[in-house]
Write a protein that binds this ligand. Structure first.
Ligand SMILES: [Zn+2]
Length: 325
């Protein structure tokens, strides 16, 4: 009997990542296709199915080689109906029946999940979580996403909105506006956008000096990476910004850890590429706000799978479904 694979799909607004993954979580093949948002997103699942067939053909395999298709999608999921909510950037009307559409297009059993939760499952299975069953993941990118895994299961919540770590209020008074409609969310200070905003605030102050000022003068703008690069060279203004970001992150993560006491908190996303300068600063704040049994047992770690976390986590959804049947 030839080896069976799972199709793991990470659906994004502009590109869709697809992979064939073994039941042990090993990546066999991974590739990307553009996401076609035209025609109210009617082609999205059809294009995915076609691409999967082409890749199988290329590898000399048939559709029978696949056990199912797991997908991470950029929006909250209604688990009862398999409907995705609020995915307007994909061209879909609110309440698109994604689960049914994916099963019809691929003729495979499908499972869908929110994309941040998929990344968390990927890190739990094959990444920094390293098989731990109680893991919290926070993704620091353009926004801040999260996933909370308790005893191997994603905490979904009554409306599919659990684990939205980015919308924990960390600045209760006078915070910046967030995309969710609130103010002072973690996302407004710990996303790449939030870090740049904080830096621009500091740079606008009278007497601001240092390397970031030079970069701003030379380039007309700065990036989150500039902030970390300058902090690494000891620049005081940049270090101050990293400390502020890490303070709020450590505060929010300690509150989550005091509630769930996970084995690991995995920090991923583009901003986490800053590495240990960020992790060490978060650790300091985390240690201050986590109470001692949690501080002694919950570890902070950098994500290790990068962009592959989503497709691996999506594949895990099918493995889990099979284990339950
Ligand atoms: Zn928010």
């Amino acid at each position: 009997m030839s080896e069976k694979w799972i199709a793991g799909i990470d659906l994004g607004g502009t590109t869709t990542k697809i992979a064939f993954v073994t039941l042990n979580g090993e990546l066999i093949e991974k590739w990307e296709i553009p996401t076609d948002n035209s025609n109210e997103g009617q082609n999205i699942t059809l294009n995915i199915a076609k691409s999967i067939d082409e890749k199988l053909h290329e590898l000399g395999k048939s559709r029978d080689s696949l056990l199912g298709a797991g997908m991470g999608a950029p929006g909250p999921v209604d688990y009862q109906t398999g409907v995705i909510l609020n995915a307007v950037n994909l061209g879909w009307q609110d309440h698109f029946p994604l689960h049914a559409s994916l099963e019809a297009a691929t003729s495979l059993p499908a499972v869908i999940e929110n994309d941040a939760n998929c990344a968390a499952l990927g890190e739990m299975w094959k990444g920094a979580g390293n098989g731990a069953k109680d893991v919290v993941c926070v993704t620091l990118g353009t926004g801040v996403g999260g996933g909370v895994i308790a005893n191997g299961n994603i905490v979904q919540g009554v409306n599919g909105a659990a684990g939205e770590i980015g919308h924990i209020t960390v600045v209760p008074f006078g915070g910046a506006p967030c995309n969710c409609g609130k103010t002072g969310c973690l996302e407004t200070v710990a996303s790449a956008t939030g870090i740049v905003r904080l830096a621009n605030e500091e740079l606008a102050k009278e007497g601001a000096s240092g390397r970031l000022v030079d970069i701003l003068t030379a380039n007309g703008s700065i990036t989150a990476k500039d902030v970390f690069d300058c902090a690494r060279t000891g620049d005081a203004l940049a270090k101050g910004i990293v400390d502020t970001v890490a303070f709020h992150l450590g505060f929010a993560l300690a509150a989550i850890a005091n509630t769930t006491n996970p084995e690991k908190i995995v920090i991923g996303g583009g901003v986490s590429k800053a590495g240990h300068i960020l992790l060490d600063a978060i650790h300091e704040s985390f240690a201050k706000f986590a109470f001692s049994p949690v501080r002694e047992s919950t570890q902070l770690a950098l994500a290790t799978l990068g962009n592959d976390a989503g497709v691996i986590g999506a594949a895990w959804l099918i493995k889990k479904k099979m284990d339950q049947e």
